[in-house]
Design a protein around this ligand. Structure first.
Ligand code: IPE
Ligand code: IPE
Ligand code: MG
Length: 257
């Protein structure tokens, strides 16, 4: 991994044109491990290290928020041993990395239905969110037992409940109101989505929030996604022409509206 040579933002990246928020679908851990002749779990272990370095890289380079897809609502379909390993890995990582993340000013938040997780993992999750709630160096969202359709369904249910109680009128349902009922409330939408391993699909990730996000797909497997790969993704992002439905001259007005 090339952590050292790229400590600072590479000179050909425009520091004013960076994404404020990057989302990643960390895919390809299993294939990476298989190619090395290792069990799939070795890929997850390596993938966790890569995520840690990407978080530090985002902080070093001035990207304000990172959201990572760690476990989907569909991932329960995997063999029990793999699911169990992942859950233990999440818990162990939180225990091990929390104080350093806190020291570095990371504000961590978990997105998803956390009620289905083991109570010892939930305890670490709650502790990490409470401890880092006042930090502001970088926002780090980890999606665990996250599914976008279930997130939107849950938001609808909450809004319907308020209407049922007479606390809200149907006319008051706006895009902003719905967004405030999503797990991501308070975060800006991602500017850039990266998916590794050559797959080009969303796999039920942030369907609402990615409406105008730039997508970047790479064949690199997640355990290979180092700073040099991230640099390539940012370079591609800076070459994009974002319009938000407007004509190029009017984009500034759209963004400041
Ligand atoms: C992504 O890598 C990690 C999780 C989904 C938890 P995969 O485990 O999906 O790796 P592949 O796609 O099988 O190679
Ligand atoms: C998406 O990867 C979920 C995460 C990265 C956590 P998957 O490997 O589970 O997605 P599919 O099954 O290929 O769509
Ligand atoms: Mg996969």
């Amino acid at each position: 991994m090339t952590t050292q040579p790229l400590r600072n933002l590479p000179a050909d990246l425009d520091p004013h044109g960076l994404p404020k928020h990057v989302a990643v679908i960390m895919d390809g851990n299993g294939r990476w491990a298989t190619r090395q002749g290792l069990p799939r779990i070795a890929g997850h272990r390596r993938g966790a290290r890569v995520l840690k370095d990407l978080l530090r890289c985002c902080k070093d380079w001035g990207v304000g928020a990172l959201t990572a897809y760690a476990f989907s609502t569909e991932n329960w379909r995997r063999p029990t041993e793999e699911v169990d390993f992942l859950m233990v890995l999440f818990e162990r990582l939180l225990r091990k990395e929390l104080s350093e993340m806190h020291r570095e000013g990371v504000r961590i938040r978990f997105l998803g239905d956390l009620s289905a997780l083991h109570s010892s993992l939930r305890r670490e999750i709650d502790r990490s969110m409470a401890e880092t709630a006042g930090n502001s160096a970088i926002e780090f969202n980890v999606a665990i037992n996250y599914g976008s359709r279930s997130e939107i369904t849950r938001a609808c249910r909450e809004v319907a409940e308020k209407i049922h109680q007479g606390a809200l009128s149907p006319d008051a349902i706006t895009e902003d109101l719905l967004a405030r009922h999503l797990y991501t409330t308070g975060s800006c939408d991602p500017d850039l989505l990266i998916r590794t391993s050559g797959e080009q699909r969303l796999s039920n990730f942030l369907l609402w929030q990615l409406a105008y996000t730039e997508m970047y797909f790479t064949d690199a497997l997640w355990p290979e996604f180092d700073r040099a790969e991230f640099y390539k993704a940012l370079l591609a992002f800076q070459g994009r022409n974002r319009r938000f439905g407007a004509v190029p001259e009017a984009v500034k007005e759209v963004l400041t509206a």
